[in-house]
Write a protein that binds this ligand. Structure first.
Ligand SMILES: *Cc1c(COP(=O)(O)O)cnc(C)c1O
Length: 425
């Protein structure tokens, strides 16, 4: 299997190269060149998640040097439960938050970390290996957890000091070992700028092998197809109907994985993008013109994106007409998110996180049956929003509890490369 850049289909490489490069050298994003033929019926007989993942992803890693290690990588990445919980009114919820940092990003980050570790073992860089991430919330925690404890590699996380929730901060600063957190005195954009400056610095690059773990990496998108394929197969087997997925969306990586699973032939009737007040995608759907907007802060902060990075992959895949035929897009404001969380227990018997609430609101607007609402984070991660609305405490899952008990450690940093440099070498 080859991967091509969205900007130039003659720019090709295999999975390993696409993963290591992160971004294609022409600035485009990697997408699969062809779509393998999958035996959907045979796949639906597999009940073990890791085995299912291995069979599904095997053609995508074919001819890559990691192909033979896929089984091991899948066993480590898919080692927590991903339950499909049936509610009422032919609606189910796909709980993607049972991983180490209680959000769906654990799946992609753990698969990518497994692949990277394997790659570095086979191709030692001879330099210090550093995963560098700027984060505004969930990504940094998932990446830290996934790469924590790996030999010959460290993780440096930049977060905007005082601008993330205390529990999100804990998930960045409480690891120790090979994970270092920097509290940048500035905004998320300052953090991102510092990462870019670092990656452009020839002197640093000579001494350090920087590894990209951001969410446009193909190594994070591909494994996310697995839970859509598995859940739709299981639902179809039980109900004899193909479900639609309603997906809380920001950078559109998670929904793209659902669209790819649909393209492979899995029984998915529709993919619905549930966005917050950041309505760039809705405007594109309505007007056919893509205009990036500045980001609006909302209660669903992991979806506060005005210029979704995976839009480039969507525009490469679909014309505007196809986009509107294949996808429905909704934009949900904070007031509706609050109402949805407040009524969650009486309406659905569930406590929703603010991101999942966006999708639940959309579900309540839709008529036809057979919907799977995608729950992207555990509500306990956002207790300061959720608890006042439901009027009681949210029990903390065990994985989160463990990290909350550990002491925090972070380094204050001015958004200044000269200062950051000494921590990188
Ligand atoms: C990152 C994130 C999203 C948005 O996912 P995209 O792939 O960027 O669309 C939604 N919910 C939660 C909890 C997240 O952390």
């Amino acid at each position: 299997m080859k991967y091509i850049s969205t900007r130039d289909s003659s720019n090709q490489c295999d999975f390993t190269q696409a993963m290591v490069q992160g971004l294609a050298n022409d600035g485009g994003l990697f997408v699969p060149q062809t779509w393998p033929k999958i035996d959907i019926k045979a796949m639906s007989e597999i009940n073990d998640y890791a085995q299912f993942a291995q069979n599904l992803l095997q053609p995508f890693l074919a001819e890559s040097e990691l192909a033979l290690d896929l089984e091991k990588i899948c066993r480590t990445a898919f080692d927590f439960k991903i339950p499909l919980v049936e509610l009422r009114e032919q609606t189910a919820v796909l709980e993607l938050f049972h991983g180490p940092t209680a959000a769906f990003k654990d799946v992609g980050a753990r698969f990518l970390a497994g692949c990277m570790q394997d790659y570095l073992m086979k191709n030692p860089s001879g330099k210090k290996n550093t995963v560098l991430v700027a984060t505004s919330g969930d990504t940094g925690g998932a990446v830290a957890a996934a790469f924590y404890g790996m030999p010959n590699l460290d993780v440096k996380i930049l977060f905007p000091a005082g601008r993330i929730s205390p529990r999100q901060e804990k998930q960045l600063t409480a690891w120790g070992g090979n994970v270092f957190a920097f509290a940048v005195q500035g905004t998320f954009d300052d953090c991102q700028k510092l990462v870019k400056e670092t990656l452009l610095d020839a002197d640093l690059k000579r001494q350090v092998n920087f590894i990209s773990a951001n969410s446009i990496n193909i190594g994070r998108i591909l494994p996310q197809m697995v839970y859509y394929a598995f859940a739709s197969s299981a639902y179809f087997k039980k109900h004899g109907a193909a479900p639609g997925f309603i997906i809380p969306s920001g950078n559109l990586g998670n929904s793209l994985a659902a669209v790819w699973a649909q393209k492979l032939g899995f029984p998915i009737s529709q993919v619905v993008l549930a966005t917050n007040a950041n309505s760039t995608v809705l405007h594109y759907a309505q007007s056919g013109r893509y205009v990036a907007q500045s980001t609006v802060a909302t209660l669903a902060n992991a979806m506060d994106v005005g210029n979704p990075s995976n839009m480039e992959r969507y525009l490469n895949l679909f014309s505007h007409t196809e986009f509107t035929q294949k996808l429905q897009v909704f934009s949900v404001d904070d007031q509706k998110i609050k109402d949805c969380i407040r009524n969650g227990e009486s309406k659905w018997g569930q406590v929703w996180c603010p991101h999942t609430a966006v999708a639940v609101y959309v579900r309540e607007q839709l008529k036809s049956p057979h919907w799977i609402v995608v729950a992207t984070a555990h509500p306990a991660k956002f207790e300061s929003i959720v608890e006042p609305l439901i009027g009681h405490a949210v029990p903390v899952p065990q994985s989160l509890e463990q990290i909350l008990k550990k002491p925090s450690q972070s380094q204050m940093l001015q958004p200044d490369l000269a200062q950051f440099r000494k921590y990188l070498l």
